[in-house]
Design a protein around this ligand. Structure first.
Ligand code: SF4
Ligand code: SF4
Length: 430
C-alpha cells in the first residue's frame, strides 16, 4: 500500500474539529477497547487513534502508511463510545477517517480488485450476490468441498485455505413471498416493512423466516419489499461513503413508499447504519428530510418487540442460554435490555450472563478475514468467557456475530449451538 500522505484530512467526510476536540485524553475508554486489550499499545487504543486524527488534522504529520495501519486495525465496535464520558462520537469519526484513507490511498492491485468485487459488483447487486451464493452451495453440496478438504488442495495457498475453512454451510435461502406481504395472525394492529438484508437471507435464511413469523404472530402485517437493496453498512465502515449513500437513497425510496409504522431489522450492523442514514445524507438537500423520516422508523426486531409489548411464549425451551451483545446493537444503538427481555420471557430457558458480553467477538464485518490473527486472538478470549458460562445455546443478534461465534465453537470444541434471539422466541411460540 502506498499513500500520498496529505497534511490534513480534507473533504466532506473528514472528521470534524468539533468531534476531534471532544476527546480530553482521559483514557477511560482504554479497557473497553479489544485491540488495546489484545496488543497493549496506545496507538491501538481509541485515545491513541483520536490523537492520531488530531495530529493529522493539525498538519503535524501526514496520513502515512503507519497511521493508516492503526486506523485499519480498529474493529469499529464502538465500545469506546459507550465508555467515553465526554461523548466522543468515535464511530462517525472513524468512518470519516476511513473515507479519507480511501480517497487518498493507492492500495495494492489485489486489494483494489477485491474492493471492486465487493463494493461495486456484489453488494450493490444482490442478484449477483445470490448467484455467487448458489455457486458456493453447489460447491458444498456436490462433494467438491469434501474432496478439496480431504486432499488439502488449498494447503499451498494459506490465506485461501483458511478462508475456505471459515465458510459456513449454506442453508435454504430466504425469499419473500411474491406478494411481498405476510398478513398478521388475527387482527392486524401494525404494518411493518422488513429489511431482508444481503448476508442474512443467504447464510441465515431461517432467521428471516422466524422474524416474519414472530412479527405476524404479534399482530403485524409484514411487508418485505423485493426492490430493497443492501443497507450499505459494509461500505460505510470501509470508507466507501458515496457507495453507502447510493444504497441508502435506494432503500429510503423503497421503504418510505410502503408507508410502514416501523422498519424492522434483525441484523444489528444494518440497523445501526440505517438509523444513521440521517447523518450519512445530511449534506444532501434532496434526501435530508426523507432520511430523517426513514431513520426514525428503524427498529431492531428485539427493540420493536419489547416496545409492543410482545405476546409471552408458552412452549418450554429447556436450555442454558447466554447472550453475546452485538456491538452495533449495544454500543451503536444503545440496546442492551430488549434481547435479554425476549430471552427471559421464554419458559424453561435458564439465562446466564457471560463475562464481558459487550466486548466484540472479532467478527466486525470482514475484519476476521482481513486481520485474521488479531481477530482470532479476540475470539479466543471471547470463547473462554463463553465456555465459563457453560451454555447450551449462545444467542446473539447479528449474522456476522453468529458466523464468528460458530467458528469459535468449532475452535474450542464446545458443545453449544449459536442462534439469533428471534429464532429462540419463534421456537418458544411453537
Ligand atoms: S471502535 Fe472498538 S476497536 Fe476501535 S478504538 Fe473503539 S473500542 Fe477500540
Ligand atoms: S475517547 Fe473519551 S474516554 Fe477515550 S480518552 Fe477521549 S475523552 Fe477519554
Amino acid at each position: 500500500m502506498t499513500t500520498n500522505a496529505p497534511l490534513e484530512l480534507p473533504g466532506a467526510d473528514a472528521p470534524t474539529e468539533a468531534d476531534i476536540y471532544k476527546c480530553v485524553h482521559c483514557g477511560l475508554c482504554l479497557q473497553a477497547c479489544p485491540t488495546y486489550l489484545e496488543l497493549g499499545l496506545e496507538t491501538e487504543s481509541p485515545r491513541g487513534r483520536v490523537a492520531l486524527m488530531k495530529a493529522v488534522h493539525g498538519g503535524r504529520f501526514g496520513l502515512t502508511e503507519g497511521v493508516v495501519g492503526h486506523m485499519e486495525l480498529c474493529l469499529q465496535c464502538r465500545a469506546c463510545e459507550t465508555a467515553c464520558p465526554s461523548g466522543v462520537p468515535f464511530g462517525r469519526m472513524m468512518e470519516a477517517t476511513r473515507a479519507q484513507i480511501t480517497a487518498t490511498t493507492r492500495r495494492s492491485l489485489r486489494a483494489r480488485a477485491v474492493r471492486f468485487l465487493v463494493f461495486r459488483l456484489l453488494f450493490p447487486r444482490l442478484g449477483l450476490l445470490r448467484a455467487g451464493a448458489w455457486l458456493l452451495k453447489l460447491y458444498q453440496r456436490s462433494g467438491v468441498q469434501w474432496l478439496v478438504r480431504e486432499l488439502r488442495v488449498l494447503k499451498p495457498i494459506k490465506s485461501l485455505d483458511q478462508l475456505e475453512q471459515q465458510l459456513p454451510r449454506l442453508p435454504k435461502f430466504y425469499r419473500p413471498p411474491p406478494s411481498e406481504l405476510v398478513p398478521a395472525q388475527g387482527q392486524a394492529t401494525r404494518r411493518v416493512a422488513m429489511l431482508s438484508g444481503c448476508v442474512m437471507p443467504l447464510v441465515y435464511g431461517p432467521v428471516n423466516e422466524a422474524t416474519v413469523r414472530v412479527l405476524a404472530r404479534n399482530g403485524c402485517d409484514v411487508l418485505t419489499p423485493r426492490a430493497q437493496g443492501c443497507c450499505g453498512s459494509l461500505h460505510a465502515h470501509s470508507g466507501e461513503r458515496d457507495g453507502a449513500r447510493a444504497l441508502a437513497r435506494r432503500n429510503i425510496d423503497v421503504f418510505l413508499e410502503t408507508n410502514p409504522d416501523a422498519i424492522i431489522v434483525n441484523a444489528a450492523g444494518c440497523g445501526a447504519t440505517m438509523k444513521e442514514y440521517v447523518e450519512l445524507l445530511e449534506g444532501d438537500p434532496a434526501y435530508r428530510d426523507k432520511a430523517r423520516r426513514f431513520s426514525a422508523l428503524v427498529r431492531d426486531v428485539t427493540e420493536f418487540l419489547a416496545e409492543l409489548p410482545f405476546e409471552p411464549p408458552k412452549k418450554e425451551l429447556s436450555a442454558r442460554v447466554t447472550y453475546q451483545d452485538s456491538c452495533h446493537l449495544v454500543h451503536a444503538q444503545g440496546i442492551k435490555d430488549a434481547p435479554r427481555e425476549v430471552l427471559r420471557s421464554i419458559p424453561g430457558l435458564r439465562f446466564v450472563e457471560m463475562k464481558a458480553s459487550d466486548t466484540c467477538c472479532g467478527a466486525a464485518g470482514v475484519y476476521n478475514v482481513v486481520h485474521r490473527d488479531l481477530a482470532n486472538g479476540i475470539l479466543d478470549q471471547k470463547m473462554a468467557n463463553v465456555a465459563a458460562a457453560q451454555p447450551d445455546i449462545i444467542a446473539t443478534a447479528n449474522p456476522g456475530c453468529m458466523l464468528q461465534l460458530e467458528m469459535g465453537v468449532r475452535r474450542m470444541g464446545l458443545d453449544a449451538r449459536v442462534a439469533h434471539v428471534v429464532e429462540l422466541l419463534d421456537e418458544a411460540y411453537g
